[in-house]
Design a protein around this ligand. Structure first.
Ligand code: ATR
Length: 284
């Protein structure tokens, strides 16, 4: 253990007890013998203001933010990164020159996971993205930054998909965003898909089924799920049965944390240590 007083990193959320970030980040900090400790802070929305008022006196050096505070923390920060501004939400806060800066590593974490775990680059690809909530939004922005060619956003509530596509079409010149209601997708969309992403919570319950005809995807398509409990979701099982390539949900969790670790500490995150700790916890 490093000598001297330790700085505090942590995660704020409600609930937060289930979060795997403390075990993953503490394993990385201990591995590099860095003088930090990472703790969960269970905060209700009406406690945010007081928490941020006393942040500096608590020796806090950086934070993760999870549900439901990813947008609610923004008024308490001094500035936002380009990604956080575009996504409209913050999952990582860093202290620079006594200023609190909001970042969002969710989307970049997802894209990094695709690269590192599936060897996949989204540049020039046709993506079908299911969901239009917070997670889908972060991914849709990151895919635009990586210059995916076309992104079709599907959502149960069609208006949210159309609004998101409309907004992102104005922000990204190299990517065309389309939208559709999840159960009214034009049939030609499936064989045109290079990468299919589930960015909803569907799949967490065993009976959950996405209304997606995987058999209509081309043989080279990659099927990706952001759900990581269970590790092997019904969507991924079905994709494997059809001999399609798959990409697992834990990757986004791992790499959003790894990118946050680098922002706080300036050090290269020990990915293998973080990955092992995360997968051990998830398979318990
Ligand atoms: P997150 O921050 O995890 O993305 P969210 O912002 O609440 O959470 O978004 C949840 C997403 O999952 C939405 O796209 C939601 O669809 P709606 O916008 O129609 O609500 C989608 N979702 C959740 N449960 C669903 C279900 N049973 N069927 C279809 N879509 C579902």
């Amino acid at each position: 253990m490093p000598k001297g007083p330790r700085k505090v990193l942590g995660i704020i959320g409600d609930p937060v007890a289930h979060s795997l970030s403390p075990v993953m980040q503490n394993a990385a900090l201990a591995h590099l013998r860095l003088p930090y400790i990472y703790v969960p802070f269970h905060l209700k929305t009406d406690q945010l203001k007081e928490f941020f008022r006393t942040l500096k006196s608590r020796r806090i050096a950086g934070l993760n933010v999870t549900i439901p505070h990813k947008q609610g923390v923004i008024p308490f920060l001094d500035s936002l990164s380009r990604e956080a501004k575009m996504i409209g939400a913050v999952n990582t806060i860093i202290l620079r020159n006594r200023k609190w800066i909001g970042h969002n590593t969710d989307g970049a974490g997802y894209v990094t996971s695709l690269k590192k775990e599936a060897g996949y680059s989204v540049r020039g690809k046709h993506v079908t993205l299911i969901g239009a909530g917070g997670a889908a939004r972060a991914i849709a922005v990151a895919l635009g930054m990586e210059e995916a060619r076309e992104i079709l956003i599907l959502n149960r509530t069609a208006k949210k998909a159309f609004d998101l596509a409309h907004e992102l079409n104005r922000k990204f010149a190299h990517t065309v965003y389309g939208a559709s209601r999840l159960d009214k997708v034009e049939p030609y969309a499936w064989p045109a898909t290079d990468l299919l992403i589930n960015a909803t919570s569907i799949g967490m319950k065993p009976a959950d089924r996405l209304p997606v005809p995987l058999r209509k995807l081309k043989a080279t398509a990659l099927v990706s799920d952001i759900v990581y409990t269970p590790l092997d979701t019904p969507l991924l099982k079905e994709a494997r049965r059809l001999k399609l390539k798959t990409h697992y949900g834990w990757g986004m969790l791992l790499y959003q944390g790894a990118l946050a670790f680098r922002l706080w500490t300036g050090r290269n995150p020990p990915i293998e240590v973080m990955k092992k700790t995360l997968l051990d916890s998830l398979s318990r």
